[in-house]
Ligand binder design. Structure first.
Ligand code: C5P
Length: 223
């Protein structure tokens, strides 16, 4: 029997990352942050000064970039790209935009397919991204699609960045989020959309704990 997977897809700022990590911890399952893979390849491409319009170079970069995850004692997940701790750089909107650009290249997506599927190990996997339920783990037993209004997503992101001491303008964030949503939803390969069998949860006005409980309720005990 194949290993259970819970996919959590949704747009940026829907709370996917936080929710997925907490749900994985509660279930004692592995966690895949697929966005970090795209972000990692995106920053590696920019470190190497690659032309984002050169698919062959990007595919080579996708295969060659080493991306590792390290759980720190403080509960933080660090992302190591080609041996360097790139966690902070990966979180920037610049890295998000680079990720979204390279993620639109079909060959880059296929280059990352096996790497994502390798995370499926016992006792289970929580996989967070855009196409986890539609493309990477279509046979997942549990599928969730998280949404929230663009305004609320921009505000969450604003607070996150402010807490980190990064100063940004809320309106700029909202504009960037809408632009990235449009690109992710309209691309030809693996566009952002809920799987037919996904449970959609609108998290607008909901706290993190409430969403975590709703997601956990989908996975029957004993866990
Ligand atoms: O989830 P996160 O914001 O880290 O993802 C960054 C970008 O990577 C997204 O905007 C999207 O373009 C791309 N991505 C993707 N498929 C995934 C995860 C992320 O295309 N499974």
């Amino acid at each position: 029997p194949s290993v259970d997977v819970l996919t959590i897809d949704g747009p940026s700022g829907s709370g996917k990352g936080t929710i997925s990590r907490r749900v994985a911890a509660r279930l004692g399952w592995h966690y895949l942050d697929s966005g970090a893979l795209y972000r990692g390849v995106g920053v590696a491409a920019s470190w190497a000064d690659l032309d984002l319009a050169d698919p062959a170079a990007l595919v080579r970069c996708a295969f060659d970039t080493r991306i590792g995850f390290e759980d720190r004692a403080d509960g933080e997940l660090r992302v190591i790209v080609n041996g360097l701790d790139a966690t902070d750089e990966l979180r920037t909107e610049t890295a998000g935009a680079a990720a979204s650009a390279i993620a639109a290249v079909p060959e880059v997506r296929s280059a990352l397919k096996d790497r994502q599927r390798a995370f499926r190990r016992p006792p289970g996997l929580v996989a967070d991204g855009r196409d986890m339920g539609t493309v990477i783990f279509p046979d997942a037993r549990y599928k969730v699609f998280l949404t929230a209004s663009p305004e609320e997503r921009a505000e969450r992101r604003y607070k996150q960045l402010k807490d980190k001491g990064v100063s940004v303008i809320l309106d700029d964030l909202l504009r960037e989020i809408l632009a990235r949503d449009a690109r992710d939803a309209n691309r030809a390969v693996a566009p952002l959309r809920p799987a037919d069998d996904a449970v959609c949860i609108d998290t607008t006005g909901l706290g993190i704990d409430a969403v975590v409980e709703r997601v956990l309720a989908l996975v029957p005990a004993p866990r």
